[in-house]
Design a protein around this ligand. Structure first.
Ligand code: THU
Length: 133
């Protein structure tokens, strides 16, 4: 809780990920990176498909990477577009991030650093499922 976040390192990891994007249809590469609660950096890029609606956002790869490299939670998040500018995660991806948020998770946004509750207020989460109560 309250650890200092190296935002420039996260930005660099997001840009690196963006450069690996597979976005031949939209031509809109996206990269996302996050700091985990235990200090790892996980990242992902968008991966599109000829069946356009099956596109995987960068955040999908990021949460897969989180789980595959030891699990845990997301402490800080940074997403960039093809120009390296901060990009807001789409609505679906805010939900993906919510599932794995650390209690003090922060996100870099176009309006500066925000909390998960600010970007996804009144969220539905695992705590609302009967079996996890
Ligand atoms: N995209 C992401 O990867 N993450 C987001 O949060 C917003 C949108 C991707 C999906 C698609 O490949 C491209 O951006 C244009 O929508």
């Amino acid at each position: 809780m309250g650890n200092t976040v190296d935002w420039p390192a996260l930005e660099a990891a997001a840009v690196d990920a963006m450069r690996k994007a597979y976005a031949p249809y939209s031509k809109f590469p996206v990269g996302a990176a996050a700091l985990t609660g235990d200090g790892r950096i996980v990242s992902g890029c968008n991966v599109e498909n000829a069946s356009y609606g099956l596109t995987l956002c960068a955040e999908c790869a990021l949460v897969g990477n989180l789980q595959m490299t030891g699990g845990g939670s997301l402490r800080a998040f940074y997403c960039v577009d093809g120009a390296g500018n901060v990009l807001m995660p789409c609505g679906r991806c805010r939900q993906l991030l919510y599932e794995f948020r650390a209690p003090d998770m922060e996100l870099m946004t176009t309006q500066g650093i925000k909390t998960m509750d600010q970007v996804l207020p009144d969220a539905f989460g695992p705590e609302h499922l009967e079996e996890t109560r």
